[in-house]
Each structure stands twice: as structure tokens, then as C-alpha cells.
Design a protein. Structure first.
Length: 565
């Protein structure tokens, strides 16, 4: 619980202290019943009786006061704990190598950020105070009963000990089923996201709706796990509750026997039975709430797996480079348990030059440019910008040097203004408009009813591919970094959109160090250098005219594309 509480731990500890104080006072109020009953039954003076009544009433008032104090954490700080946990997770995901992050399931991450954080935080809300009360109240009341009559205390102790192995078994069942259920919930979340994003495909293949096989299968698995866990634990919970109730019956019978034999007077017998009943109440709930703690523990473990993931190591910090040439020195990259993607890449990209990267699908083009942005580190070798190893730069320092325009543009479900300002939030209105004009998108924006305040829809769904791409280029222009990475920005566009985007790119790359991954070779004819990759190695390098003269791999690619146009 303290691990979940984080920086709010001192407030959480305080709430637990209040709960313990309230529980001690509650025990004191029950203990007062013994002298009160004795005073009533033995015809003690009214002043003595009313003194005990007054003391009893005072303990109840003080207990309520501390109960309310203990609940203050739930109302004031519990939402803050949830927010803090999610911010910590966001920071951990930010530091995680992007290529590693992309291997994680979106639904699984969504489940961790959403339900798992809530489940873990729920252990801090009223559940924590209930747990403290459920554990401490029976123990303290047992101590009180034992002090009044050790024989009755012995009967309760035997009952409590008999419950322990059953509670352990229930906990083991919950531990196993909670882990399985959590995995099923994550899979279910993934399939729901998949279903929403791919609804067009599901409809086209008649697999949408109530009988969607991909949804039906995962929901069925989820239900089976829930049902199995409940069935497995139900008999043990019933047995636990049976032992508790049986202990109460035996206790009452034994107390009656003692009273009949005049070994225990009737007022004390009645008072002790009342106290024993209050011991039984929390014991009945112990088995049930243990499931909630198992769920919280599994959730916390999943959260910790993300928080404990290692980010990319940083070398001895150096000053931000003032030159912007890029050098690959013997760079090799491979995924774990996968073939090598890049082999011994030696590459020099001069400052303020345009370098094209081409090759067949899967040859390592995108990986090459992603290593510059440090989405992962090379398995071997080093990459330098202006003579500075990029591993010595912080993520924010490296980000200040780079702008990336992807083939698949991601726009946030916000206004056009907000999406462009992601490049530089502090930019003025004039700078915003200038960036849009340079990206050849300003006139289109002005034709919209809400102009720059138009909502683009989720992932920019209300815009065409070319419009989304030009907004992303406007964002990059506004950011105004010395290095530009273009990852096949026109690959999926029609001819008209491609022309508009190419004009926008021309404005973006002026005076910059540019690396452009391209499928259409005609977009690179003016490049200062073209790198040809095949199976992770550079097989050709030169300008367009020189590569054509070589009549090798690039020449064949060029001729093939000419025939297709």
C-alpha cells in the first residue's frame, strides 16, 4: 500500500493511524459493556450506571470523530494518488525505447493505465481502512475477552487458528485466478480497440456485430476464467464462514454452561457474548475482501513491470552539438531473437544536405532513420551528430535537434491549431500562420468554417491523407529543427496530394540536414546523396546520375518504376 501511495504516503499513514485509534476506542466501548451490565444487574446506584453509560456514549462520539478523520484521505488525496501513478507510468513509457514500446500491446497498456491503476489505488481507499479494522478488531476484542475470561478466549483462539489454512487456500486461488483474469482483461481490451479501429474490415468480411468471432472468443475466455475463480473459492469461503458461526454457537453454549454452573455470572456472560458477536462480524468478511487485495497486488505488479523497465542508457553528458552532420560508425542493429537488421553501417551525412534512403521492403530503411532519433540503440557501433555521440544527449536535447514526418500521420483529436502547435506550443499566431502557409495548408484551413479551431477528429479522420500530411509538415516547420527525417511521407498519397505535399516539404527542408526514406525514386532525383540498402547493408551510394550510370541495383529499381508509370 505504501508503494502505491507514493509521495502521499505520509497522508496515508496518518489515515491508518486514525483507523487504529478508532478501532481501539471501539474495543474500549465494547469492553465498557461488562461493567455496565454488572452495574445494571447488581442494582448499583444510578450515578454509577449513568457514569458507565456516559463513558460508553463518549467512546462512540470519539470513535466517529476518528473514523471521519481516517476517511479524509479518500476524499482529498486518493484521486491524487491515481493521477500520480498514471503520470509515473507516462514518464516510464516516455523513457522506454520506442521500438521496445511498439512491441507492447496497446490494449495491455490501456488496461495497466486504466483498470490496473484503479485496482491498485482502491487498496488505499476505504479498503485499506476496512482491512486494518478487520484484522485488528478481532485481535483486540479477543484480547479483551481473554482478560475477562481466559476459557472463552481459548475457544475463539482455536477457531481463529482453524481458519488460517482455509484463508491461505482462498488466497492462493485468488492469486492464480486474478493473474489469469488480468491477462484476459488485457486481451479483451486489445480486441475491443482492434474491433473499433478495424470495424470497416469486420463489416466487409461479415464478422462485425454480436457474433464477431474475435470478440466472442476473448469474451468467452474472460467469462470462463471469472466463473472458474468464483466456483473454486466459493466452497472455501463458505467453510470459513461456517467455522466462524460454529465458533459463536460453541461460545454461547459454553458461556451458558458456565453461567448455569455459577462459574460465570449472567451479566458478564451477556456482555462477553455481545463482544464475541462483534468479533464474528469482521471475520466473516476476511475471506471475501482477500480477493480485492489479490487483484490490487496483481495490478501493482503489472504497474511495477512498466515502472522498472530500463530506459536507454546515457553516456557522460556533453554540450548540444553546434554542427549537424550525421555519422554512422560501424553500426549494427538487431532485435532480440531476430535476424540482424543492419550490418556494419558506415555513413557520413553532411550538414545541410539531402540524403535519400531507398531499397526493397524490409531492408532496414526505417530502422536506419529511427536509430538517428534513438528509438533504440545500435547493437554495435555509434551514431554522432556534429561529432557528439547521441547517447550522451538527453531525450529532450535530441528532440530539439530533430523533426520527423512519418508516412502514417498521427493527429490528435483536437483543433488544427493545437495539432500544429505541438511543434512549438509557445509560438505566436503569426508564426503559426507562417508555418501553415509554408506547408501549403493555410488556404485550406481558411476555407473551413472554424478555420484553425476546426476539430480534426480522432487521428485526423475528418481530413484527407494529403491534408493530414501537410498539417504534420506545418508542425515540423514550426518546430524549426536543424535535422529533418522524412519517412516515406508521400508513399500513400495520390498524385495531386503528393504534389501539394512535395511543395510543403520543399519549404520544410531549406537549409536543413535532411534524411528522406522514399519508395518513389523520382522524389529523390535532386538529392545530394542516395543510399541504397539491401538486406541491412549499403550496396550503393551516390547521386541519382551516378547511380544510373552504374547500371546496378538502383538502375534496375528506377527502370522498374518507369515502366509502372
Amino acid at each position: 500500500m505504501m508503494e502505491i501511495a507514493g509521495s502521499y504516503g505520509r497522508y496515508f499513514r496518518r489515515s491508518l493511524v486514525y483507523t487504529i485509534i478508532a478501532t481501539l476506542i471501539q474495543v474500549a466501548s465494547y469492553a465498557v459493556l461488562v461493567p455496565l451490565m454488572m452495574a445494571i444487574c447488581h442494582d448499583k446506584p444510578n450515578t454509577e450506571i449513568w457514569s458507565w453509560v456516559g463513558f460508553y456514549a463518549a467512546t462512540i462520539v470519539v470513535e466517529v470523530f476518528f473514523r471521519l478523520k481516517s476517511m479524509n484521505f479518500n476524499y482529498q488525496y486518493w484521486p491524487c494518488v491515481i493521477g500520480e501513478q498514471r503520470i509515473r507510468l507516462a514518464e516510464a513509457l516516455y523513457k522506454m525505447p520506442l521500438l521496445q514500446l511498439r512491441e507492447k500491446d496497446v490494449g495491455d497498456l490501456s488496461e495497466i493505465m486504466g483498470s490496473n491503476v484503479m485496482n491498485a489505488a482502491n487498496a488505499l481507499s476505504s479498503l485499506a481502512n476496512i482491512f486494518v479494522e478487520v484484522v485488528s478488531l478481532p485481535i483486540l476484542l479477543w484480547v479483551a475477552i481473554t482478560l475477562f475470561d481466559y476459557r472463552m478466549g481459548l475457544i475463539l483462539a482455536v477457531s481463529l487458528i482453524a481458519m488460517l489454512p482455509i484463508l491461505y487456500k482462498i488466497q492462493a486461488i485468488y492469486n492464480s485466478s486474478s493473474a489469469d483474469l488480468d491477462r484476459a482483461d488485457a486481451e479483451s481490451a486489445s480486441r475491443i480497440i482492434e474491433y473499433v479501429k478495424g470495424i470497416a474490415v469486420f463489416k466487409a468480411t461479415s464478422q462485425a456485430g454480436a457474433k464477431s468471432p474475435r470478440l466472442e472468443a476473448v469474451f468467452h475466455d474472460q467469462q470462463e476464467i471469472q466463473s472458474h475463480g468464483n466456483k473454486s473459492s466459493a466452497s472455501y469461503i463458505s467453510l470459513c464462514q461456517f467455522i466462524v458461526q460454529l465458533a459463536l454457537v460453541i461460545l454461547i453454549a459454553f458461556a451458558g454452561y458456565l453461567a448455569q454452573k455459577h462459574s460465570l455470572n449472567i451479566p458478564k456472560t451477556v456482555a462477553l457474548v455481545i463482544i464475541a458477536v462483534h468479533i464474528i462480524e469482521p471475520l466473516n468478511t476476511i475471506a471475501a475482501i482477500s480477493k480485492l487485495f489479490e487483484i490490487a497486488e496483481i495490478s501493482l505488479q503489472r504497474i511495477k513491470n512498466i515502472l522498472n523497465s530500463k530506459g536507454l542508457p546515457q553516456l557522460q553528458p556533453q554540450a548540444i552539438p553546434q554542427k549537424f552532420d550525421i555519422n554512422f560508425n560501424q553500426v549494427t542493429f538487431e532485435y532480440p531473437d531476430s535476424p540482424v537488421v543492419l550490418h556494419d553501417i558506415d555513413l557520413a551525412l553532411p550538414s545541410e544536405s539531402l540524403t535519400g534512403v531507398v531499397g526493397s521492403s524490409g531492408c532496414g530503411k526505417t530502422t536506419l532513420v529511427q536509430l538517428i532519433a534513438r528509438f533504440a540503440d545500435p547493437t554495435k557501433g555509434e551514431i554522432k551528430i556534429g561529432g557528439v555521440d547521441i547517447r550522451s544527449l538527453t531525450q529532450s536535447q535530441l528532440s530539439s535537434l530533430l523533426s520527423i514526418v512519418y508516412q502514417d500521420v498521427w493527429l490528435f483529436n483536437d483543433t488544427i491549431r493545437a495539432n500544429i502547435l505541438m511543434g512549438r506550443p509557445e509560438a505566436t499566431e503569426e508564426e503559426l500562420i507562417h508555418a501553415a502557409q509554408s506547408a501549403n495548408i493555410h488556404d485550406f484551413i481558411c476555407s473551413l468554417p472554424q478555420r484553425y479551431d476546426t476539430l480534426v477528429g480522432e487521428v485526423g479522420s475528418s481530413l484527407s491523407g494529403g491534408e493530414r500530411q501537410r498539417i504534420s509538415i506545418a508542425r515540423a516547420i514550426l518546430k524549426n529543427t536543424p535535422i529533418i527525417i522524412l519517412d516515406e511521407p508521400t508513399a500513400s498519397l495520390d498524385s495531386e496530394s503528393e504534389y501539394a505535399v512535395q511543395r510543403a516539404i520543399s519549404s520544410l527542408i531549406k537549409g536543413k540536414t535532411v534524411i528522406m526514406v522514399a519508395h518513389r525514386l523520382n522524389t529523390l532525383t535532386a538529392a545530394d546523396k542516395i543510399i541504397v540498402l539491401d538486406r541491412g547493408s549499403i550496396i550503393e551510394e551516390g547521386c541519382h546520375e551516378d547511380l544510373i550510370k552504374n547500371k546496378s541495383y538502383y538502375y534496375n529499381m528506377w527502370n522498374t518504376q518507369l515502366k509502372l508509370t
